[in-house]
Design a protein around this ligand. Structure first.
Ligand SMILES: [Fe+2]
Ligand SMILES: [Fe+2]
Length: 158
């Protein structure tokens, strides 16, 4: 079993800064798990979700798409780590990811096709509660497993 697993900065973060850096700024203190890549990715999740909540009607779909792109990367990365570590409950964890992405994609299409902004805004509002719970349960277990087994994350070549 490998004792290190690789990570990549999300394309969104790479595009924003030439030299991406890990920062957990903006992540509520009680959601910090103490693993820098995870905390930075979660800070971005919160930032992008907040940007979608604050977007005006004309900018809402683009903001939602940005959050969806980032979230696909975030979830795929965690799933790859869990696979690499042979982490037992990985399928249950990945199942939560897939459910959220499926709902988000369906709502996104309703916003794009039928201008269902109210539905889109309701989803964005509800996602923050889902995320709190997911981080404290699923992601906390994943990070605990990394810590207990001495796994560290190393940046993969771009
Ligand atoms: Fe996560
Ligand atoms: Fe997760």
């Amino acid at each position: 079993m490998p004792d290190s697993v690789s990570f990549r900065f999300s394309p969104a973060v790479r595009a924003m800064t030439a030299q991406a850096q890990l920062s957990s700024a903006g992540l509520p203190e009680d959601l910090h798990l103490g693993e820098p890549v995870t905390d930075a990715t979660h800070a971005e999740f919160v930032q992008l979700l907040d940007a979608a909540a604050r977007a005006d009607d004309a900018g809402f779909l683009a903001a939602m798409d940005e959050w969806i792109d980032h979230t696909r990367h975030h979830f795929a990365q965690e799933e790859a780590w869990m696979e690499a570590m042979g982490f037992g409950p990985r399928h249950c964890h990945a199942g939560e990811h897939q459910q959220v992405l499926a709902v988000a994609a369906a709502v996104r299409d309703k916003v794009a096709q039928d201008n269902a902004l109210e539905l889109g805004r309701r989803l964005v509002a509800e996602l923050s509660g889902w995320f709190d719970h997911h981080v404290r349960s699923m992601d906390a277990m994943m990070v605990g497993h990394m810590r207990e087994n001495g796994f560290s994350l190393i940046e993969a070549p771009a």
